[in-house]
Design a protein around this ligand. Structure first.
Ligand code: UDP
Length: 194
């Protein structure tokens, strides 16, 4: 696996479709995987904030989200194949989940946004097995969410708490789980809620 190093952050050298295939392989093998889709905001924060950098160190893969990272790679003569965006991947993985009945958990956004988002997901991808969901405004000491995720064994866990909370939540809870693709997806629930 090749990486493009930007400010100490190793960005995976993979095009969008190969990366989706890689994640599907992880799902089939039940291999727990933490994915960060890094935009310039994430990279700058990791550069300035050691604690946040520590969360990113727990990621299995960091992809280039946003054209800024791709442009930087070209200027540094290590051109990345292209963007690997979190929102795009979430939708594509939901399409695969619809075909293969993958189990999915959604965490984040406000309750009204989450409701609209879930309604749209259900309409677009009726075969997806939604094993649970929770809004993004909860007490981090409450074990309810992590216990639900552990017991329902989702294949995909989308975390939309924004930066830096989503990476922090995943990094702090990852050890507790046996399997699943964990991905922070920023404001994607809001976008798909309409
Ligand atoms: N959010 C959340 N919990 C929080 C803070 C934010 O669930 O404690 C949600 C917010 O409702 C929105 C998403 O995180 O759905 C992204 O928030 P924001 O636009 O601030 O982050 P960004 O997209 O810049 O990462």
């Amino acid at each position: 696996q090749r990486f493009f190093n930007i400010l100490g952050i190793p960005i995976v050298h993979s095009d969008y479709h190969s990366f989706i295939e890689l994640l599907e392989e992880k799902i089939r093998e039940n291999k727990k995987t933490f994915v960060v889709t890094a935009n310039p905001e994430i990279i700058m924060r990791a550069y300035k904030d050691k604690e946040y950098e520590g969360y990113l160190k727990k990621a299995d893969y960091i992809t280039a989200d946003g054209i800024g990272v791709v442009i930087a790679s070209k200027m540094l003569n290590e051109p990345l194949p292209g963007r690997v965006s979190g929102t795009d991947m979430m939708l594509e993985l939901l399409e695969h989940a619809n075909q293969n009945r993958f189990r999915v958990y959604f965490l984040g956004a406000t309750e009204p946004v989450l409701d609209l988002f879930l309604k749209n997901v259900h309409e677009q991808y009726p075969q997806v097995e939604i094993v649970g969901s929770h809004n993004g405004f909860f007490d981090w000491n409450d074990n309810n969410i992590k216990e639900t995720i552990k017991s329902t064994e989702p294949d995909l866990i989308f975390v939309a708490l924004g930066v830096p909370k989503q990476e922090q939540w995943i990094a702090e809870h990852l050890d507790y789980f046996q399997k699943g693709i964990f991905m922070g997806v920023g404001g994607s629930f809001d976008v798909i809620a309409g």
